[in-house]
Ligand binder design. Structure first.
Ligand SMILES: Cc1cc2nc3c(=O)[nH]c(=O)nc-3n(C[C@H](O)[C@H](O)[C@H](O)COP(=O)(O)OP(=O)(O)OC[C@H]3O[C@@H](n4cnc5c(N)ncnc54)[C@H](O)[C@@H]3O)c2cc1C
Ligand SMILES: NC(=O)c1ccc[n+]([C@@H]2O[C@H](COP(=O)([O-])OP(=O)(O)OC[C@H]3O[C@@H](n4cnc5c(N)ncnc54)[C@H](OP(=O)(O)O)[C@@H]3O)[C@@H](O)[C@H]2O)c1
Ligand code: SF4
Ligand code: SF4
Length: 556
């Protein structure tokens, strides 16, 4: 009865240390960790002790005989992973525990309370004496856990409990409503802290460059996600849900999320923490079909297999693939024939073929997965009415990957709503170097550099999406933060990080600039009030989506 890791795994690696036979892989220090779709349990090595189960913050680990019928496939997925990457038992020693460093007198500013910032805090808390000041421009913590993760994925949001434990430590202080670069400058932070770690994420939309994006009805998925998740900055957005078809450009996991939210039964959404305004609008939605446009083939789709498989479990929604688009081109077949082909890529190709062969259930709603389909223009008078689509082909780039080459236009697809889900983009912070081409803070392993080729900026570090770009799941940021904090610790050891001055001067500065900021106690009051508001209607919480409302709830 081996245990199996299932859909909600967010790669935070909390389970690996608990395993007495080291059969959960890849480990956080393996190169494969950063790109892994999830972690996997070796079914041959697992001794069924169950020790990993209670370590998992998102309840992703299940005994194989408790797997629901729709999730049996996770057994094959684990087996395929270990057959491609056999791990001889006992072949690799466990990494040595990292030595504790005395950080007495060291005060670190962490800018951003998303997963990257919070994992950096946990890394710092491993060492005695450290003081941490966390800053967030938002009035609520945890970044995309609150404003990105889909409302129908409550298990994933449970990772917040891990971050709450860090936030409650007596040597950690939080400051909400403080935007670094606007309310306080980088130089001011440096003057009051020993070091600064930027973990500001990538909140902007990358943009596809497709002509016609200015038409009414064309939006970024970033805007739509913020709207349904109750981001106060997006609360007033309006989406035309009166038509029957929506097109989503891109097929990453965000595209999958928005397609699911558009078609989920509002009665189901009403049991989640979706923003009230979004729930009200979706109750009147006429959208019956969502078309996801991937510009490459099924094997190169940007979504992960667990997210696609969860889509197939949606009640009353058919998932459709045109059999012609599930056929693999020659270059992809070559890639998959390689002995070292990624099992996840093989599974993507296989799932698309299986879906293309499934008969329609006659459901009223459909998600259509398109491949090798590139949008070339959005058409319409004032408002969008069509997406002009070209067939793409795949060509091998210098780095060996297969990229889309746009061919001739093949069709004009009617759609009254277009969501461009083509990825996020980091933003510059005044006074901090920025690599505009890659939309990241230039760095080497987390040490901020003056430019991509430049020298280290003293006492300044970066982690998360603003360090490496907008990819990776929640747990990917744990390894990323570990690397960054290791640089900071090296600099402490080399005498490059001085003790911080008196905290009173910092608090005086913050009182002057942001007298209405609040800390963890204020967030706790918001948290309790939102949960209480949801209790009567059986919802986990009702999010407050207006800045004044949040400030009132935070007040003692
Ligand atoms: C729509 C969406 C859904 C996702 N769903 C999942 C999922 O289900 N499972 C999963 O494992 N991963 C998911 N991810 C990926 C995961 O959310 C990211 O890997 C992770 O949030 C990145 O962490 P971060 O800390 O770098 O950025 P963020 O989470 O964006 O946090 C950045 C923080 O910095 C703050 N900030 C920004 N600028 C400033 C400033 N100048 N001053 C002060 N504060 C500032 C922001 O307010 C924010 O709180 C999802 C991503 C998206 C976009
Ligand atoms: N449940 C979850 O675990 C979850 C949920 C949401 C997000 N996330 C994670 O968050 C990260 C970001 O996700 P994401 O979906 O925003 O980004 P993503 O995975 O990078 O996907 C972006 C998509 O947009 C396409 N694209 C980019 N530019 C385009 C253009 N000009 N024209 C047409 N298509 C274009 C890409 O195609 P190409 O592939 O051809 O470039 C790809 O399909 C990912 O690591 C994701 O796994 C995880
Ligand atoms: S059940 Fe025990 S042996 Fe199996 S993966 Fe979990 S911790 Fe390891
Ligand atoms: S979420 Fe974390 S603890 Fe749970 S299975 Fe995935 S890596 Fe392990």
């Amino acid at each position: 009865m081996p245990y199996v890791i299932t859909q909600s795994c967010c790669n935070d690696a909390s389970c690996t240390a608990a395993c007495p036979v080291d059969c959960i892989h890849p480990r956080i220090d393996d190169d494969a960790f950063t790109s892994a779709e999830s972690l996997y349990i070796d079914p041959e090595a697992c001794i069924d002790c169950g020790a990993c189960v209670e370590q998992c913050p998102v309840d992703a680990i299940v005994a194989d005989d408790d797997l629901p019928s729709g999730q049996q496939r996770y057994l094959d997925i684990s087996a395929a992973y270990f057959s491609a990457r056999p791990v001889p038992l006992g072949a690799r020693p466990r990494p040595l525990p990292r030595p504790a460093v005395d950080l007495t007198g060291v005060r670190v500013a962490v800018v951003g309370t998303g997963p990257a910032g919070m994992y950096a805090v946990w890394e710092l808390l491993e060492h005695r004496g450290v003081e941490v000041e966390l800053y967030d421009r938002a009035l609520t913590p945890y970044g995309l856990i609150r404003s990105g993760v889909a409302p129908d994925h409550p298990a994933t949001k449970a990772v917040m409990a891990t971050f709450e434990r860090a936030a409650r430590k007596p040597n950690v202080a939080m400051h909400f409503g403080v935007e670094v670069g606007t309310h306080v400058s980088h130089d001011e932070l440096l003057a009051h802290h020993s070091a600064v770690i930027y973990a500001t994420g990538a909140a902007q939309d990358r943009g596809s460059g497709v002509p016609g994006a200015q038409l009414r009805g064309v939006h970024s998925a970033t805007e739509f996600v913020g709207w349904y998740n109750g981001d106060p900055a997006r609360a007033d957005a309006m989406f035309d849900l009166s038509g029957e078809r929506a097109a989503v450009i891109g097929n990453g996991n965000v595209a999958i999320d928005v397609a699911r939210i558009l078609l989920t039964d509002p009665h189901t959404l009403a049991t989640t923490d979706i923003a009230d305004h979004a729930l009200a609008a979706l109750r009147h939605s006429n959208i019956r079909e969502v078309v996801l446009m991937g510009r490459r083939g099924p094997a190169q789709a940007a979504y992960t297999n667990p997210e696609l498989m969860a889509l197939l479990d949606m009640p009353d929604v058919d998932v459709v693939v045109d059999p012609a688009e599930a056929i693999l081109d020659e270059l992809t077949r070559d890639d998959l024939a390689c002995a070292n082909a990624e099992p996840a890529m093989r599974l993507k190709a296989q799932l698309a073929q299986e879906i293309s062969a499934r008969p329609s259930t006659g459901a009223d709603k459909r998600i259509v997965l398109r491949y090798l389909s590139s949008p070339v223009r959005f058409g319409g008078d004032n408002a969008v009415s069509t997406v002009h689509v070209a067939r793409s082909s795949l060509a091998r780039a210098d780095d060996g990957t297969l990229r889309a080459q746009v061919g001739a236009e093949i069709e004009a697809l009617d759609a009254s709503l277009v969501l461009q889900s083509v990825g996020y983009r980091g933003a510059a912070i005044a006074g901090v170097p920025f690599d505009d081409a890659n939309a990241v803070i230039p760095n080497q392993a987390g040490r901020v550099l003056t430019s991509a080729e430049g020298t280290a900026v003293p006492r300044t570090y970066v982690t998360g999406w603003i360090k490496r770009g907008p990819s990776g799941v929640i747990g990917t940021n744990k390894r990323c933060a570990r690397e960054t904090v290791a640089c900071l610790l090296d600099d402490v050891a080399n005498g490059l990080v001085p003790p911080a001055p008196e905290r009173a001067a910092l608090l005086a500065l913050l009182d002057d600039r942001r007298p209405d900021r609040f800390g963890y106690a204020g967030w706790s009051r918001i948290d309790v009030a939102e949960r209480l508001a949801g209790r009567g209607s059986g919802r986990p919480r009702i999010k407050f989506t207006d800045a004044d409302h949040l400030r009132r709830a935070a007040a003692p």
